[in-house]
Every structure is written in structure tokens, then in C-alpha cells.
Design a protein around this ligand. Structure first.
Ligand code: HEC
Ligand code: HEC
Ligand code: HEC
Ligand code: HEC
Ligand code: HEC
Ligand code: HEC
Ligand code: HEC
Ligand code: HEC
Ligand code: HEC
Ligand code: HEC
Length: 332
């Protein structure tokens, strides 16, 4: 039978079945899209595709037209693990349409001159609101993004999952340390600028990523930090600063970011301020002055020891806390 003759035959069957089909509910999506051709039994003839309908052959239908390298890259990702029934390409799943939605009408033959019916798309050009786009992903990933996502800064500000994640890429750049910060810095120019300062965590050297300190899906901590508190986040790598110390320095116990700028600084040690000003935000100069004394007293014009070199740290070297019995002033 030529395809034209077959279609004529199918139209007849369709008319006969029309009442039954209309009485039945909306055609449910196929529970198991075939990657091989479905049987061409005349009584299985579907009604003309509507916007709500899924294509009959799943990805095979789509790949007829969408077979460029970018499209095929998805088959190298965990999403295409067909042995895993949870993935879009697993048994019983809807393949491309698990994410893109019903594409029956879009994939069907279009009369010349007629526009091809659209299919839902993702990203900025999509007419679908972001939370609707995200709900497609959350349908399968609710457990992965955890309870932090609802109400997180990214969720509140309408950041889409696909603003960070690239689905049609062999390696999603945001998942790799070496490439992640580029994605984040696209929206966070301040952190990009700070990463160029002379003293910074080694993000540009690909030894660290933003996600070492932040969970982009949100957490219960401030600033979506991975630790329970800011200090706990730092202790995951700088454990020696945790103590316990016999003599604690109050601001250290309270919040490392009082003195350190985690994203980068022009002062050694990522300090938020140049010394001695850093210390003098809280400590009076009265005890030991740190400004250069008058030239009369110091003929060389040398500033006081309190301001030279490591400044206050020349003597108060154990600034994070001391365990020495006489370390109350953090000198030992
Ligand atoms: C007969 C060819 C054909 C088939 C089959 C087909 N498409 Fe398309 N698709 C197109 C064309 C042509 C466009 C571009 C339409 C436009 O630009 O208006 C397009 C556009 C798209 C877009 C939007 C791209 C964009 O940037 O706007 C998506 C997503 C898409 N198709 C997915 C699918 C999926 C999923 C399937 C399978 C269910 C499928 N297509 C089947 C021809 C096809
Ligand atoms: C896990 C979800 C998911 C699956 C499965 C999926 N896509 Fe996509 N697709 C997306 C997202 C998200 C975008 C938009 C952003 C991007 O390019 O990553 C997209 C973009 C597209 C585009 C537009 C590309 C462009 O250059 O703008 C086409 C066409 C497309 N997909 C076709 C397909 C086809 C065909 C399949 C099946 C082989 C498929 N998609 C499977 C999520 C998916
Ligand atoms: C039909 C269910 C389904 C849908 C829809 C889906 N995913 Fe997935 N996705 C999975 C499964 C299953 C895995 C593999 C998880 C694993 O290995 O534990 C996965 C893996 C991933 C991964 C990890 C990839 C890697 O390389 O490790 C990311 C990121 C991801 N999905 C994001 C998304 C985004 C964003 C969307 C929406 C555009 C989406 N997924 C839609 C089921 C789905
Ligand atoms: C602000 C950027 C950003 C947004 C928005 C985002 N993600 Fe992620 N996602 C990441 C990063 C970064 C990782 C890797 C985390 C890591 O390595 O600790 C990741 C990891 C994942 C993984 C893999 C988890 C695992 O344990 O392997 C999945 C699945 C995922 N995201 C799904 C989603 C879904 C679904 C959404 C939308 C609700 C989403 N993501 C929104 C940045 C983002
Ligand atoms: C599409 C743009 C976009 C991308 C990409 C993006 N963000 Fe954001 N991010 C935002 C917006 C918008 C906010 C809320 C406003 C603000 O604080 O700047 C935000 C807020 C944050 C906050 C503050 C959270 C809080 O609770 O105060 C952190 C931390 C953050 N982002 C980290 C990241 C990381 C890490 C990545 C990469 C994995 C990333 N962002 C990628 C747009 C983005
Ligand atoms: C060493 C840990 C660390 C790394 C790495 C890190 N951050 Fe942060 N981030 C913090 C801390 C701590 C805060 C909160 C206190 C502060 O801003 O000083 C913060 C705050 C933020 C904020 C909120 C700032 C505000 O003023 O509201 C954003 C946005 C942010 N980080 C984005 C990023 C991005 C993007 C990256 C990767 C380029 C990144 N962070 C890497 C520790 C880190
Ligand atoms: C994922 C691990 C990690 C986390 C979390 C982390 N750091 Fe770091 N930190 C590093 C690495 C790696 C270096 C660079 C050490 C080097 O260059 O040898 C560094 C360097 C530093 C330095 C400068 C050291 C020097 O010699 O100049 C300071 C200060 C610092 N971190 C403070 C913090 C603070 C404050 C936090 C919490 C907001 C934090 N770090 C969280 C890994 C981490
Ligand atoms: C009172 C201010 C102050 C606070 C608060 C503070 N630091 Fe420091 N930190 C300093 C100074 C000063 C240096 C020396 C910087 C230099 O000259 O290299 C330093 C150096 C460091 C260094 C690099 C040298 C070393 O000793 O390993 C790390 C790492 C560090 N701090 C981590 C932390 C962590 C983690 C916290 C929070 C628990 C913290 N700091 C809180 C003042 C502070
Ligand atoms: C955010 C405020 C703050 C900053 C910045 C700060 N400190 Fe302190 N410092 C304190 C507080 C609070 C105490 C506890 C005072 C007390 O117990 O009477 C303290 C105690 C001390 C002590 C012990 C004094 C005593 O009476 O026991 C010394 C020494 C000291 N700080 C030196 C420094 C140095 C050096 C710096 C700069 C690297 C610095 N501090 C930065 C708040 C600060
Ligand atoms: C030349 C060494 C030296 C330098 C440099 C130095 N200090 Fe001290 N500091 C001391 C000594 C010695 C004490 C007294 C310790 C004691 O009583 O056990 C002290 C005590 C303190 C105390 C405790 C309060 C007091 O007056 O007894 C504070 C606070 C303090 N210094 C802050 C600073 C700050 C801030 C700087 C930098 C501007 C600084 N120190 C630089 C040696 C120094």
C-alpha cells in the first residue's frame, strides 16, 4: 500500500471510530514510546494530532529533523541512560517530550505555507513562566534540589534551572569545578571582579568552585552557604581555625567575614581592610599608637612597629586564638 492509499484507508477507519474516540477521554500519552516503528494496524489509527498529543515514535520522530551535534550530545549524558527507568529515555518515559512536552502536532506533517505548530521551549525566549519551566525538571528532581530550593534567592528571583544547567551538552559546564564559576559570574559580576583581585580563593586556578561554599539550590543558612553557619563553612577546609582555644578572639568566634573577604581582596590574607585599620575599627590606638611618630622622635621617619610589616600581627601573631597559658593577648 502506498502511504497515500494507507492514509485514505485510515481516514475511513477514523470516521468510523470518531464517535468512540470523542467519547473517550483525551488520548493519554503513550506509556512506552517505541524506538522502533509501531505496528501499523489500521484499528490503532490515532486521531489527527492535537497540541496535547505526544509523537508516536518518541525521539525517533524528533531526530528526523533535529539531528545536529548539539541535539545528539544529550545521548552522552546521564539523561539518556535508557537502562535507568527514571531518566527521560528510560522504559515508559516520554524521551524528548518528557522535557519539551507534547510535540505530536509540532512533529506532524505541515502543509506547505503553513507554520509549524510550536512546541514548548525553555529559557528566556519561552512564553512559559519560569516556575512552569522549572516544574518540568522538579517533577523528577524534587529530591535532588532538596528543601532549600523553595524560597531560596534563586527561586524567588525567578532563576530557571536551565539558566545554570545545559541539557544539550555532553558535559554540563556548571557541574565541573573548572567551568562552573563562568556560569555563576555571568549573573554575579561583583564576584567576578573580586576574583581578579591580587588575593583570592583559587577559583581562577580551577582548584575551587563557588559550590565549595554555596549551594546554588539554596540552604537553610544565610547566603545559601553549605555550612550551618558562615564559620562552619570555612571550617570545612580551615579546620585548624575552629579551636577550641584557651584564649578566644571574639570576632573570630563570631564571624570570619568581619576580617576576611571570601571572594577576593587587595590586601594579603584576603583581609577586608589594611592593617592596622582592620584592628583599629574595634581597638583604640590609645594603648600603643600606630601612626608614625613625629620626626623629632623618630629621625629616620620610620613608622612605629605597630604599623610596619605585619603591623599588629608582628606581636599579636595568634590572632585567631591562643592555647598558650599567657596568650591572652594572642602574642604566643
Ligand atoms: C518535520 C520536522 C520536525 C520534526 C519531526 C520535529 N521538529 Fe522540532 N522543529 C522543526 C523546525 C523546522 C523548527 C524551527 C521552527 C521555527 O523556528 O519556527 C523546530 C523547532 C523546535 C524547537 C524550538 C527551537 C527554538 O529555538 O524555538 C524545539 C524545542 C523542537 N523543535 C523540539 C522538537 C521535538 C521534541 C520533536 C519531537 C517530538 C520535534 N521537534 C520534531 C522541525 C521538526
Ligand atoms: C532533560 C530535558 C530535555 C530533554 C530530555 C530534551 N531536551 Fe531539548 N532542550 C531542553 C532544554 C532545557 C533546552 C533549552 C536550553 C538548552 O539548550 O540547554 C532545550 C533545547 C532544545 C532545542 C532548541 C535548541 C536550540 O538550539 O535552541 C531543540 C530543537 C531540542 N531541545 C530538541 C530536543 C530533542 C530532539 C530531544 C530528544 C532527542 C530533546 N530536546 C530532549 C531540555 C531537554
Ligand atoms: C523524566 C525525569 C527527568 C526529567 C524530566 C529531568 N531529569 Fe534530570 N535527570 C534525571 C535522572 C534520572 C538523572 C540521573 C540521576 C542520577 O544519575 O542519579 C538526571 C540527571 C540530571 C543532572 C545531573 C547530570 C550529570 O551529568 O550528573 C542534572 C543537572 C539534571 N538532571 C538537570 C535537569 C534539568 C535542569 C531538567 C529540566 C530541564 C531535568 N533534569 C529534567 C531525570 C530527569
Ligand atoms: C544558580 C545555578 C543553579 C540553578 C538555578 C540550579 N542548579 Fe542544579 N546544580 C547547580 C550546581 C553548581 C550543581 C553542582 C553542585 C555541586 O557540585 O555540589 C548542581 C547540581 C544539580 C544536580 C545534580 C545533583 C547531584 O547531586 O548530582 C541536579 C539533578 C540539579 N542540579 C537539578 C536542578 C534543578 C531541577 C534545578 C531547578 C529547580 C536546578 N538544578 C537549578 C547549579 C544550579
Ligand atoms: C541567571 C542569573 C544567575 C545565575 C546564572 C546565578 N545566579 Fe546567583 N543569584 C541571582 C539572583 C538574581 C540572585 C538574587 C539577588 C542577589 O542577591 O544578587 C542571586 C543570589 C545569589 C546568592 C545569594 C543567596 C542569598 O541567599 O542571599 C548566592 C550565594 C548566589 N546567587 C550564588 C550563585 C552561584 C554559586 C551560582 C552558580 C552556580 C549562581 N549564583 C548563578 C542570579 C543568578
Ligand atoms: C570561600 C567561600 C566562598 C566562595 C568560594 C564563594 N563565596 Fe560567595 N559568599 C561567601 C560568604 C562567606 C558570603 C557571605 C558574606 C560576605 O559576602 O562576605 C558570600 C556571599 C555571596 C553572595 C551574596 C553577596 C551579597 O552581598 O548579597 C553572592 C551573590 C555570592 N556569594 C556569590 C558567589 C559566587 C558567584 C561565587 C563563585 C564565583 C562565590 N560566591 C564563591 C563565601 C564564598
Ligand atoms: C573548599 C575549601 C575552602 C573553603 C570552604 C574555604 N577556604 Fe579559604 N582557602 C582555601 C584554599 C585552597 C586556599 C588557598 C591556599 C593556598 O593558596 O595555598 C584558601 C585561602 C584562604 C585564605 C588566605 C590564606 C593565605 O595564605 O593568604 C584565607 C584568609 C581564607 N582562605 C579564609 C577563608 C574563609 C574566611 C572561609 C569561609 C568564608 C574559607 N576560607 C573557606 C580553601 C577553602
Ligand atoms: C580579627 C580579624 C580576623 C578574624 C575575625 C579572622 N581572621 Fe583570619 N586572619 C586575620 C589576619 C590579620 C590574618 C593574617 C593575614 C596576613 O597578613 O597574611 C589572617 C589569616 C588567615 C588565614 C591565612 C593564614 C593562616 O593563619 O592560615 C586563614 C586561612 C584565615 N585567616 C582563616 C580565618 C577563618 C577561617 C576565620 C574564621 C574562623 C578567620 N580567619 C577570622 C584576621 C582575622
Ligand atoms: C570586630 C571588632 C574587632 C576587630 C576587627 C579586632 N578585634 Fe581584637 N578584640 C575584639 C574584642 C571584642 C575583644 C575582646 C575584648 C575583651 O574581652 O575585653 C578583642 C580582644 C583582643 C585582644 C586581647 C585584648 C584583651 O584585652 O584581652 C587583642 C590583643 C586583640 N583583640 C588584638 C586585635 C588585633 C591585632 C586585631 C587586628 C588583626 C583585632 N584585635 C581586630 C574585637 C575586635
Ligand atoms: C611591638 C609589639 C606590639 C605590636 C606591634 C602591637 N602590640 Fe598590642 N600589645 C603588645 C603588648 C606587649 C601588649 C600587652 C600584653 C599584655 O598585657 O599581656 C599588647 C596589648 C594589646 C591589647 C590589649 C589591651 C591593652 O591595652 O592591654 C590590644 C587590644 C592590642 N594590643 C591591640 C594592638 C593593635 C590593634 C595593634 C596594631 C595597631 C597592636 N596591638 C600592635 C604588643 C604589641
Amino acid at each position: 500500500m502506498t502511504s497515500r492509499a494507507r492514509r485514505v484507508a485510515l481516514v475511513g477507519v477514523y470516521i468510523a471510530l470518531a464517535a468512540v474516540v470523542l467519547a473517550a477521554q483525551e488520548t493519554p500519552p503513550p506509556t512506552e514510546p517505541q524506538t522502533t516503528a509501531p505496528p501499523a494496524a489500521p484499528d490503532a489509527a490515532p486521531p489527527a494530532p492535537t497540541a496535547e498529543q505526544y509523537s508516536r515514535k518518541g525521539a525517533d520522530t524528533c531526530l528526523v529533523c533535529h539531528d545536529d551535534a548539539k541535539m545528539l550530545a544529550i545521548f552522552k549524558t546521564p539523561h539518556a541512560r535508557h537502562t535507568d527507568a527514571r531518566t527521560p529515555f528510560g522504559a515508559g518515559q516520554l524521551q524528548c517530550e518528557a522535557c519539551h512536552g507534547a510535540g505530536g502536532a509540532h512533529a506532524a506533517r505541515v502543509r506547505s505555507g503553513q507554520p509549524r505548530p510550536p512546541i514548548p521551549i525553555f529559557g528566556g525566549a519561552s512564553s512559559a513562566p519560569v516556575d512552569q519551566q522549572n516544574s518540568t525538571c522538579l517533577g523528577c528532581h524534587d529530591a535532588d534540589v532538596h528543601e532549600g530550593w523553595p524560597g531560596s534567592a534563586h527561586e524567588r528571583e525567578g532563576v530557571a534551572c536551565v539558566s545554570c544547567h545545559e541539557i544539550h551538552a555532553t558535559h554540563d559546564p556548571v557541574l565541573a569545578k573548572a567551568t562552573q564559576s563562568e556560569t555563576c559570574m555571568g549573573c554575579h559580576p561583583r564576584q567576578r571582579a573580586q576574583s581578579f583581585l591580587p588575593f583570592a580563593h583559587p577559583l581562577r586556578q580551577d582548584r575551587m568552585a563557588c559550590s565549595d561554599c554555596h549551594n546554588p539550590h539554596g540552604t537553610m543558612a544565610d547566603y545559601a552557604l553549605v555550612g550551618r553557619t558562615l564559620n562552619d563553612t570555612c571550617f570545612t577546609c580551615h579546620a585548624e581555625k575552629r579551636g577550641p582555644h584557651l584564649w578566644e578572639h571574639a570576632p573570630v568566634t563570631e564571624d570570619c567575614s568581619i576580617c576576611h573577604e571570601p571572594h577576593g581582596s587587595s590586601h594579603p590574607g584576603l583581609l577586608a581592610q589594611r592593617q592596622p585599620l582592620l584592628c583599629q575599627q574595634c581597638h583604640s590606638e590609645a594603648g600603643h599608637p600606630s601612626v608614625p611618630l613625629s620626626p623629632g622622635q623618630l629621625p629616620t621617619g620610620m613608622p612605629s612597629a605597630q604599623a610596619l610589616g605585619r603591623s599588629c600581627m608582628n606581636c599579636h601573631s595568634q590572632i585567631h586564638g591562643s592555647n598558650h597559658p599567657s596568650g591572652a593577648a594572642f602574642e604566643r
